[in-house]
Design a protein around this ligand. Structure first.
Ligand code: UDX
Length: 453
């Protein structure tokens, strides 16, 4: 919305949220999320044509277009628990829009939703009691965290789905005109509602599947002596495959890949397509395998026990460039290590101690876990006295650390488990480290340890 305000100075953009503290943060000096370049955009337009307010109903009532961007988490209980999307926030937002509107509006699905959600939304909006007409559009967001501002300024595509009626086409045109102020028209794709809704799930499932595919190959590389970086490079040179998004690692994280792939699984199941559901389910299963395989590798390398040993964890965010930890593989890896009774010392340049402790505290015994989780101010502090270092986020600063200094302060043998393939393994081995890199030929040392598969 901030980028839209930047690119459309004649449009008034009002961001509303029921959480007053969050709105206060958006109006203050410290924005509630870290996203490179976003603060500059917000500051450029705030108070001019970009406003943040908790006065939700008044501003929704006044609007011509309402973008609904509420949370759509995975259901934790009831029908479809663990796979289906919880639309409770969406439903209450739609009911509120219906209640307060005295003029027609275009209601835009910005949150990622299951295919055919628009139909349910239309039914709720139809009961508004003021005789107001609504048009529901699907306009999924394809930005990635850490590059959000650039992705929005220069999107690969903008997707708008709407009803194939005169009013529907009109609504699509209205939204198209907004984006056309800065996006070349050949990048604005218009489709029917269901195609737009499904395309977002499909895009994320394809991306997740690519990462799971290269991670599956990484396991085979370790077993055979092939190098996954070399394989990915050779494979990616085929333009039909392409070289991007083929980095093997400790597994994908983030708020979208797992949730959207599971939502696709659920949609297939509900449509009576168990084979299609099973195909996509395996993408998530492969990701779980990659995370637990990493933990097993750490434990088996360190003489099959990490109990009472300090393990440094460098990086906790689900990728570099963000402080977001949602579904971060670091959470599962740390939980796995804590389950083996290790002491973990975590350092991440963008994630707060409270967040790390919250993510790692088991619901049952939070205090107990806290006693074995420390949060360090830098990588050197995290690694001091540790038996092993696990790199779980590809922050650039981890490439440039003084590993000789780190080695000097560690217990011996000193291990580095590089879950993101950021270090120069050869150099580290010369310093005396035992090094594991995902999908790379194993050290003499590691290849003699019991199989971690
Ligand atoms: C993703 C999609 O890219 C975006 O289009 C969509 O709108 C939202 O979901 P995001 O979750 O921000 O964006 O991150 P992304 O860059 O896609 O990375 C997701 C995860 O995959 C990260 O944990 C990342 O480390 C991992 N990944 C990515 C790999 O392990 N290897 C790769 O080659 C690429």
């Amino acid at each position: 919305m901030a980028v839209m305000a930047l690119k459309c100075p004649d449009i008034e953009v009002v961001v509303v949220d029921v959480s007053r503290p969050r709105i206060d943060a958006w109006n203050g000096d410290h924005l509630p999320i870290f996203e490179p370049g976003l603060a500059e955009v917000v500051k450029a337009r705030r108070g001019k044509n970009l406003f943040f307010t908790a006065d939700v109903e008044r501003h929704v009532a006044d609007a011509d277009i309402v973008f609904v961007s509420v949370n759509t988490p995975t259901k934790t209980r009831g029908l479809g628990a663990g796979k289906a999307v919880d639309l409770a926030y969406w439903e209450s937002a739609a009911r509120m829009v219906a209640d307060v509107s005295h003029s027609g509006k275009v209601v835009v699905e910005k949150s990622t939703v299951p295919v055919r959600t628009a139909e349910a939304i239309e039914k709720i909006l139809a009961h508004n009691g003021h005789g107001v007409e609504f048009q529901v559009l699907s306009n999924p967001e394809f930005l990635a965290e850490g590059t959000a501002v650039g992705d929005l300024l220069c999107p690969d595509r903008v997707l708008i789905g709407g009803r194939d009626s005169a009013a529907g086409r009109n609504a699509v045109q209205t939204l198209r005109d907004v984006y056309a102020r800065w996006v070349p028209v050949d990048r604005i794709i218009t489709t029917n509602l269901w195609s737009a809704e499904l395309s977002k799930l499909a895009a994320n499932a394809f991306l997740a599947q690519r990462v799971s595919s290269v991670n599956a190959i990484s396991a085979l590389c370790e077993a055979t002596g092939a190098d996954v970086t070399e394989v990915a490079r050779a494979v990616g040179k085929d333009p039909r495959i392409g070289g991007r998004f083929l980095d093997a690692g400790v597994g994908f994280g983030g708020s979208c890949f797992q949730k959207d792939t599971l939502s696709l699984v659920y949609a297939c199941e509900c449509s009576g397509l168990p084979e299609a559901a099973g195909y996509w389910r395996q993408v998530v299963a492969m990701n779980d395998y990659q995370k637990s395989r990493f933990v097993r590798r750490v434990v088996s390398s360190m003489f099959n026990t990490v109990a009472g040993k300090k393990v440094a964890v460098l990086g906790f965010a689900f990728k570099k460039g963000t402080g977001d930890t949602r579904e971060s593989p670091a959470i599962d890896v740390c939980r796995g290590l804590l389950g083996e009774r290790a002491h973990v010392s975590v350092y991440d340049p963008m994630v707060s101690e409270e967040q790390i402790q919250r993510d790692l505290a088991p619901a049952a015994a939070p205090a107990k876990a806290r006693s074995r989780v420390a949060v360090a101010r830098d990588a050197y502090e995290a690694a001091r006295g540790a038996h092993g270092v696990c790199i779980l986020t590809e922050w650039d600063e981890f490439r440039a650390l003084d590993y000789r200094r780190i080695h000097g302060g560690m217990e011996k043998p000193a291990f580095v488990f590089d879950g993101r393939n950021v270090v120069d393994a050869g150099e580290l081995r010369e310093m005396g480290f035992v090094v594991y890199c995902v999908g790379k030929p194993l050290d003499e040392w590691l290849s003699h340890m019991p199989a971690a598969a």
